[in-house]
Design a protein. Structure first.
Length: 449
């Protein structure tokens, strides 16, 4: 715990939805929901306008549509969000060498380590300056919490939402926390909260009064002792600049269960390619390939294979994932597939050809059907596929310029032509295969001078 509020927590306001509203003038001030749009999709982020209808993150998309039927429902554009996040993280890096990103839109900063603040006045000035710089650089707003610990700084940023700053003076933590629900503390989810409620503890002050021994009896040594310390307002976790990734993975949930074995294998190979793309982007290689399969009955299986050395070769990862798939029964149907790489390193196995040959040798020992399945994939991959236009994604038309997809179906796609700095634009409809309409690049929210 610090004597000055020099730990800063930044949380961008409704980040994905706010980025979409900023890039699409016709959506500003209107309810926007970003997430998976299929029957099994969930909400990633809802704008504040959508939250007034009860829509929130992690809610099933079907429920969100019932609560806010007139909202704009968009597919995420993660590369766009990542580019904005990089701008924000660069601003944080100017404040201190100790920046701990938690996600694309959230991070802790140690202001003291950066020499920009050693008291409340300096911390508040740094926080206000950061908010101004974020708005000028990205066109978006963020909320800032300042405190003497990470836990309290995060609580402060939540209180500051949206587009505000809250500073909590060290020494006032217990007074602040006492009347709050136990759910405000890190690690207290619905199950733990209900367990504590049945024991007569609903506020943080109830936990402090119960004592450490009682919490240990209820929750176990590690959780109980940690919760008691947090109830006292005590948190001495440092801001850690490097959060080493332990694995890289991608997964997809399918709107309709997959039954065709060849289609399942094609999806696994596609996921392997995406996974390697992320692996290379992070500057890593990996030694253990992991396959995740969620079947029709929601049972989830994981299978893994450890290579002789780390690799970032897509062929090696693809073949390993395919071998793992052969050991999984998918006859009842598959609703989710995932491919991951763990055992990360910052170098690559030199003998990649030996790895690939080992995979071929292993496959040759198996049954002939597996080899036939690989051959059967080739024609399917070469077949023309109808162009798919996802709601919210960027497009460019040879005549009308930049725009975004409002919706598509029955061979047509509806596009609204507008840019971040323009007035709300006009809507036009085209055939999905119109040669003058092509996927576009996201435009910057703030003009470059």
């Amino acid at each position: 715990m610090r004597a000055a509020p020099t730990i800063l927590h930044l949380d961008m306001d409704a980040f994905f939805a706010a980025a979409e509203q900023a890039s699409k003038p016709s959506l500003r001030g209107k309810p926007v929901v970003v997430g998976g749009l299929g029957p099994r999709g969930v909400v990633a982020t809802a704008s504040y306008e959508a939250r007034r209808f009860g829509v929130h993150s992690a809610m099933p998309m079907g429920q969100a549509r019932r609560l806010a039927p007139n909202a704009a429902y968009l597919v995420p554009r993660f590369s766009f969000y990542r580019s904005i996040s990089e701008q924000v993280m660069e601003l944080l890096g100017r404040l201190s060498p100790l920046v701990e990103p938690l996600s694309l839109d959230e991070a802790f900063v140690d202001l003291e380590a950066g020499g920009v603040a050693d008291d409340s006045v300096g911390a508040r000035a740094a926080g206000e300056r950061l908010r101004v710089d974020i708005l000028a650089t990205t066109g978006l707003t963020g909320s800032v919490g300042l405190a003497g610990s990470k836990m309290i700084a995060k609580i402060a940023s939540e209180e500051a939402k949206p587009d505000g700053l809250v500073l909590i003076e060290p020494g006032t933590e217990r007074e602040l926390l006492g009347p709050r629900s136990v759910r405000i503390l890190p690690g207290v989810g619905p199950a733990t909260g209900e367990h504590l409620r049945r024991a007569g503890m609903t506020t943080v002050s109830d936990l402090a009064e119960a004592g450490e021994d009682e919490l240990v009896r209820l929750l176990g040594r590690a959780h109980g002792a940690s919760l008691y310390r947090m109830a006292q307002g005590y948190d001495d976790r440092p801001v850690v600049a490097e959060r080493d990734a332990k694995s890289v993975s991608v997964e997809d949930t399918f709107d309709v269960d997959l039954h065709d074995r060849v289609r399942i294998r094609v999806e696994v190979e596609r996921l392997a390619e995406r996974c390697v793309g992320r692996l290379r982007a992070s500057g890593h290689s990996g030694r253990t390939i992991v396959l995740k399969v969620r079947r029709f009955d929601f049972s989830t299986l994981t299978r893994s294979e450890t290579l002789r050395g780390p690799t970032d070769d897509p062929g090696v990862v693809r073949e390993a994932a395919a071998r793992l798939l052969e050991a999984v029964d998918t006859t009842g149907g598959v609703r989710l597939l995932g491919v991951g790489v763990s055992g990360l390193a910052d170098y690559t196995q030199e003998d990649l050809f030996a790895q690939a040959e080992a995979g071929v040798a292993a496959a040759s020992v198996g049954d002939v059907a597996a080899a036939e399945a690989v051959v059967a994939v080739e024609p399917a991959a070469a077949e023309p596929v109808e162009r798919h236009w996802a709601p919210g994604h960027d497009v460019r038309h040879a005549v009308y310029g930049a725009g975004w997809v409002q919706g598509s179906g029955v061979g047509r796609v509806t596009v609204r032509f507008e840019e971040p700095g323009s007035e709300p634009g006009r809507v036009r409809t085209f055939a999905v295969d119109d040669p003058e309409l092509v996927p576009g690049e996201a435009l910057p929210l703030v003009g470059r001078g």
